[in-house]
Structures are given as structure tokens and as C-alpha cells.
Ligand binder design. Sequence first.
Ligand SMILES: [Zn+2]
Length: 242
Amino acid sequence: MPKVRETSDKPVRFAFITHHHGDHAYGNQVWAEVGATIVATEAALGEMKTVETGYYGGGPGRWENAAKKRPDVAASRLKPPTLLFPRELFFDDGKRRVELRWFGVAHTKGDAFVWLPKEKILYTGDACVNGPHNNLNDGNVAEWIKTLEKVKQLGAEKVVPGHGPIGGPEILVDQQAYFVDLHRRVKAHFEAGRSPAEMKAAVPELAAELKKVANIARYVPENLTTQAEKVYRELGGAAFPK
Ligand SMILES: [Zn+2]
């Protein structure tokens, strides 16, 4: 909020969240309290309904679990988005145009991007990160690759990722290349008939191979097991043994 005040004294009327995850959506209340309408895709709200069970009258959900460990979360309230769009929502005051756009399943089912066509600036949320910050659990890697292909066509010159430093279009290229390579390598193991235990055992070597590829090395996490398991399961494999 102080950052916003450095550039404008106008009221904040809309706050857009790219997806439903807590590190992107648990601050909604702060903006709602100053009069902003919280905006997201319909799919992001759908995702919120499946994981924020406490808010929607069921047992404890992600917010309640986070609140147990985080006093700042505990001191907040969940505020789901109230202005929803299925695929796109545009703001245009004649001087500046802001496009909120959904391109398909990626990091979640509901990720939307912010695209400033005049400035060629793209805000990606976690559908694109710059560093070892990918969380695959609520997404689908095969779909994610296709979604990033569409996003690349925008022609962004400046890319602001969900996590990691700002960069140029190479961030989109590298993020997609990382998933293509990860998917290809896990698929080779899967098609060779590797069991979940064998696949799990092959992960350190797979991570080492990925780290050798210059433009994707920075995406490889310290422990690749969760990501490899996610792809292996998407391909039809069973969960890894503990
Ligand atoms: Zn996220």
C-alpha cells in the first residue's frame, strides 16, 4: 500500500489475484477493507472452494492450517474474489490498457496473467517463475507447457514472474523449456517401465542432467522428487514409496 501511495493518491478500486494460493490471495482482506473489489478468474474461485473448506462451511482448510503456524495469517480473514471472469477482463481508461487473461491450466486451473499491451509488460503470477520456485501440486505440467506456448505469443518485452527476479521474454522461454525437459525425461523412465521406487531412485541423476542445461539449471530445486513424482503420476504412474 505505501508503494501504491508513492505513485498515486487515487483509491484502489480493484485488486487482482493471479490464483488462489495463500501467498497471493491471503492479503485480499487488506485491499477489500480500503474499498477494493477482489478480482480473479472463475476457476481461481473454484480452486479456492476446493481447498478453503473452512471458509465454505466444511472442515479446516489451507487457511486454517496456515493460521496455526503463521500469526499474521491467524490475524487475517479469508476474502475470496467477488468479481470473476472466465477468460479475460480488460480495463481501459484511454491512456492505459490492462488486460487480465486466462490461457489455460498451468500452475493451477485458474491462473491468469496481467498484460499491458502498450508497454509490453507481462505479470505472470506463479505460471512463470524465475528460479527454483515451481510448485506443481495444483497444476498439470503437460497443460502448463501448452499454456506457456500461448503466453509466449503475446510478445512481452518485460516479464514479472510470480517468484524470482524480473526479466525479459527469456524467462517464459526458459520456464517452458524446463518443463519440456523434465516431462521428457520422466516420460522416458515411465515408458521404460520404471516402477515408482525405481523412478524415485533415478531422481538425483535426473536432477543432475537438468542442471547441465544452461538456460534451465536455475529452475531445478534442491530436491526434485516432488516434481518428478507429479509428472510421473500425470503420466499414469503410482505414488512414490515413502
Ligand atoms: Zn502459487
